[in-house]
Design a protein around this ligand. Sequence first.
Ligand SMILES: *[C@@H]1O[C@H](CO)[C@@H](O)[C@H](O)[C@H]1NC(C)=O
Ligand SMILES: *[C@@H]1O[C@H](CO)[C@@H](O)[C@H](O)[C@H]1NC(C)=O
Length: 384
Amino acid sequence: MLSPLSTLGIALLALLAPLAPITHASRTYFYVGGNYTLDSNGEHIHSGQIYVEKLTPAVVTQPHPIVFIHGQAQTGTNWLNKPDNQPGWARYFLSQGYECYILDQPFRARSPWQSFNGALSTYSAEHLEQYFTATEKYNLWAQASLHTQWPGTGEMHDPIFDAYYTSTVPFVGDPATQEAAMRDAGAALLEKIGEPVFLLGHSQGGLMAWAVADSRPELIHTIIAIEPSGPPFVEAMWGGGPARKWGLTDTPLKYSPEVSNPETELVKTTVPSNDSDRFDCVLQAEDPPPRRLANIALIPVLLVTSEASYFAQYDWCMAGFLRQAGVQTEHVQLADEGIRGNGHMMFLEENSDAIAELLHGKMQRYATGGGGSELRRAQGVMEI
Ligand SMILES: *[C@@H]1O[C@H](CO)[C@@H](O)[C@H](O)[C@H]1NC(C)=O
Ligand SMILES: *[C@@H]1O[C@H](CO)[C@@H](O)[C@H](O)[C@H]1NC(C)=O
């Protein structure tokens, strides 16, 4: 418990923080999670551990650290400086006094991949141009033309695009394998940190945040889901068809009443969007009553959607699914907050600090009440 005096000190420091021109942070790293498995020679190889970089500001003024989980083909560098060499989100949040934990997902970048972890895939430069950096030149969805915030042309041979594309890495394509590994490694990380965190996941890292949250809800203060992979139950952009059979994930989530076969027990219905710019939405049916996400509903969720991303077509459905399953969800649509022209990689774009500032303001509200601890107390769940 903080004394009233130190609380006042922290409030004063938080007020002064925006004036600080440069943030000096100390930097350490560690590996956590994974386990020894036998190789074909009967000898041991350690696999599944994650690389974690811990950045600590000179003065920690925030009671809850942030854990950042990057998306598909990305690494923890997403949160450091941006491809245009401007400071990224880590620098912003450090300047606001948050400890930052930046990980590389299992089997990726500095978290080692072994051949028995599964086949690797890679995104082409064209894929990133079309979906992330130059969406306005392809117009593959209605909102794509609104994209203005990527620095440079967003195309191959532009130095900023090249700096970004060359930072991307191969990834294990099977979502269930990745979720299972990240669920375990993320739980090990949260146990090591030992106090409730803001768990921030972007895109495919958002799937990972659901899996980790389902496993250790008591160690998460608030989930910040930046365009988490979706929508529930189906593929939208990538040709349709079933996906994420547990609603949010491919791997089991704890529901109440419990679910053992999601295909039959999660009864679904399609809600039309009535809007040609948005996908229809598969939700749980109202009869029988929708099942609750027993663990994830112990944590408030900030769902963040940019104006021009392909997620603008279906994050409305993600918000609906979460609320229906009992999750306290605030859907932050950047355009409604006056933050225009962003795509899916919003934290690498020109106005990344404006988005971080908006989130910081909202996180402050959660930190001073209404976070996971409060929700859990209200639901009569024991605090750690
Ligand atoms: C090792 O880790 C994998 C992936 O997280 C998990 O599936 C497996 O059960 C673990 N094995 C042991 C012996 O803990
Ligand atoms: C679209 O219209 C139908 C029929 O009126 C309604 O049931 C449904 O809720 C509407 N969808 C949205 C997203 O409002």
